[in-house]
Design a protein around this ligand. Structure first.
Ligand code: GRF
Length: 216
């Protein structure tokens, strides 16, 4: 591995389309392990196809949720990641891990946070009648989708949009935004300290070109 490529681990629970975009658009990082809490996650196939090591954990093989989570966290530690990227990982992250990886656990969420945290974000957006919707890449803190937002991408909500059509539009932007953020973090164009985000001039310009919003 090139010394300049930062090791990251990606945590998934399902489809893995963001994992795929992170693999295909990696420039400054190397995905050293894909970790899942769901042995049936379709995304594991994507890791296999790309020759990326993966580790699958099955809740049924652990006597408590705590032990299950600790096994997953131990696997993360074994990989010594510079960043942990959550990509559809459906499990609450314990504060012990957040403290161990301060400013280094990143998540993608399908809404313009702080609007619509949690599940069914597209349905929530349609119900609320918003004109703009989108996705956010944010730091993970102890809350649900409450960590500092690093960058967002918007989509317009058309009157004819359904939950499905909106989800598709947002997902397309997710696949552009997430690798962009992880590349920028792993080459230092975006940096984080004490849960505050700092953007280099290059990052600001690059975000503008791509139509991404930076939170300042
Ligand atoms: C994405 O919509 C992501 O924003 C959310 O979970 C979904 C995961 O999709 N956190 P995929 O597994 O990456 O296809």
């Amino acid at each position: 591995m090139s010394v300049n490529l930062k090791p990251i681990v990606v945590l998934i629970s399902g489809r893995g389309s963001n994992l795929k975009s992170l693999i295909e658009q990696s420039k400054n990082y190397k995905i050293v392990n894909v970790i899942t809490n769901n042995p049936d996650a379709a995304g594991l196939q994507i890791a296999k196809e790309h020759g990326i090591p993966y580790s699958s954990f099955n809740r049924k093989e652990f006597s408590s949720l705590q032990q299950f989570k600790e096994a997953i966290y131990k696997e993360i530690d074994n990989n010594k990641p510079a960043y942990i990227a959550l990509a559809g990982f459906m499990q609450i992250i314990e504060s012990a891990l957040i403290e161990r990886y301060t400013d280094r656990i990143i998540n993608i969420h399908p809404s313009l946070l702080p609007k619509f945290p949690g599940l069914h974000t597209h349905q929530q957006a349609i119900k609320a009648g918003v004109k703009m919707h989108g996705c956010s890449v944010h730091l993970v803190d102890e809350g649900i989708d409450t960590g500092a937002v690093i960058a967002q991408a918007e989509v317009t909500v058309e009157p004819r949009d359904t939950e499905e059509s909106l989800a598709q539009k947002v997902l397309k932007r997710e696949h552009e935004l997430y690798p962009w953020v992880i590349n920028a973090l792993t080459c230092g164009e975006i940096s984080v300290s004490d849960r505050k985000i700092h953007y280099s001039t290059i990052a600001v310009r690059s975000a503008e070109e791509r139509g991404f919003l930076l939170i300042k």
